[in-house]
Design a protein around this ligand. Structure first.
Ligand code: NAP
Length: 262
């Protein structure tokens, strides 16, 4: 299927690894030129090189922390008029105990996973509206819909982000600007690989064994983690020409763990 977005320009904030990288690859395979941001230079440059080699699209790396005003300014200056905006970050830290969360923890989590995507949306939506074409996908978390004490810092700000983006999506849909969210459950990414590799070393097992153990313990119906590439393909679908009538949705991709009908 042709997604109809060849020649469009996309910013992927947090695109050097994990689901951001999966999204970048999927968009590049559709012929979309990319501006990819992340904090770490080396991994970012390798990712951009890899994508350019495979797809031949133009990929510009921007080393920037998008949780800061300075970082956001750098990204905006590099591409003031994107057609597509995809935003993600490393999962905010887990909190085994709600009482241990400090005001500073909240500030950090809110900056990266709520205020940053909001400020990018505010910046880019007027141009998308004027050009009568725009697609925005926020990569959030299943914990936005299904709260858990361990993921309060991840789920809380993203629940607010979903609320905000759905409200804004209604206002701009008539200008062919489609804003949607995708809420992942467990996926193989740089972040999970670090966590489960460490567990495997501690327990004398392998990464794969730890993943299966987790999937059984938490009763993930698919009994596995998702892949960043499958996830990225769904992001690209939400950025497609065909997504013009898909407005303010929050798709959960979690192997079936979310136990609701709709
Ligand atoms: N992985 C899962 O199983 C899982 C489950 C549920 C929800 N999620 C959610 O899915 C999203 C993506 O997770 P992931 O596992 O794909 O993460 P990941 O593998 O850690 O990748 C995160 C990407 O974002 C970049 N990044 C992080 N902080 C940044 C910042 N402040 N400024 C610019 N770039 C930044 C990272 O590069 P640098 O570090 O170099 O900046 C990297 O490219 C997160 O929001 C997470 O909460 C993930």
């Amino acid at each position: 299927m042709d997604l109809g977005i060849r020649g469009k320009k996309a910013i992927i904030n947090g695109g050097s690894a994990g689901m951001g990288k999966g999204s970048a690859i999927a968009l590049a395979r559709e012929g979309v030129d990319l501006i990819i941001s992340s904090r770490g230079k080396e991994r970012l440059e390798n990712t951009c090189e890899e994508i350019m080699k495979e797809t031949g699209v133009k990929v510009i790396p921007i080393v920037a922390d998008h949780s800061t005003d300075e970082g956001r300014e750098k990204i905006i200056n590099a591409c003031p008029n994107p057609d597509i905006l995809v935003g993600t970050c490393t999962p905010p830290k887990t909190t085994p105990d709600y009482e241990s969360i400090t005001p500073n923890d909240w500030r950090q989590a809110l900056e990266i996973s709520l205020l940053s995507p909001i400020s990018f949306m505010k910046e880019f939506i007027p141009g998308m509206v004027n050009r009568k074409w725009g697609r925005i996908v926020n990569i959030g978390t299943g914990a936005a819909k299904t709260p858990a004490e361990i993921r309060i810092l991840s789920g809380g700000p993203r629940a607010a982000l979903v609320n905000y983006s759905v409200a804004v999506s209604k206002k701009v849909a008539r200008h062919n600007v489609a804003i949607n969210n995708i809420l992942p459950g467990m996926h193989h990414t740089a972040a999970t690989e670090k966590t489960y590799q460490k567990l495997a070393e501690e327990n004398g097992t392998s990464y794969d064994e730890e993943v299966i153990k987790f999937a059984k313990k938490w009763k993930i119906p698919a009994r596995k983690f998702g892949t960043s590439q499958d996830f990225g393909d769904f992001v690209a679908m939400f950025c497609s020409e065909q997504a013009t009538y898909v407005i303010g949705q929050s798709l959960v991709i979690d192997g079936g763990i979310d136990n609701t009908t709709f």
